[in-house]
Every structure is written in C-alpha cells, then in structure tokens.
Design a protein around this ligand. Sequence first.
Ligand code: SF4
Length: 70
Amino acid sequence: MALMILDTCSFCDACREECPNEAITAGKPYMIDPNLCSECVGFYDAPECVAMCPVDNCIVPNPSHTVDSD
Ligand code: SF4
C-alpha cells in the first residue's frame, strides 16, 4: 500500500523531509516511491505527508498499490 501525489502539488517541499521512509522525491510534481511508502504504519497514526501538505486532497491512495493489489 502506498500514497501518490497529484498534479495539484505546489512543490512547497513541506512533505519530503517528514517522510520516515524517505519515499518522497522532489519534482514537478513531487513523487512517492510506492515501494518505500508504508502509509506511515509503524511511525504515525496517519500519513505524515498528508498532514504536512497545504493543498487539500493532493496526496491520495495509489490505486495500483492498495492493500489488495500489493
Ligand atoms: Fe512517506 Fe508516510 Fe507519506 Fe508514505 S504516507 S510517503 S511513508 S510520509
């Protein structure tokens, strides 16, 4: 399971350093490596990048990496 960052990303860099798995790469838009993202399980009660992101609904579940598809 993993999250993904949508094109509404404003490249603010609020999320990247907060990721406990170093899964986020800077770019336009920023990218989450689905092989590294754990949706913060084991680190936080909720995804930390979502909490830090100032854009509503910019970071969402990656449909190719749900619990069922992984
Ligand atoms: Fe990193 Fe957690 Fe965001 Fe996944 S959900 S990219 S592990 S901060």
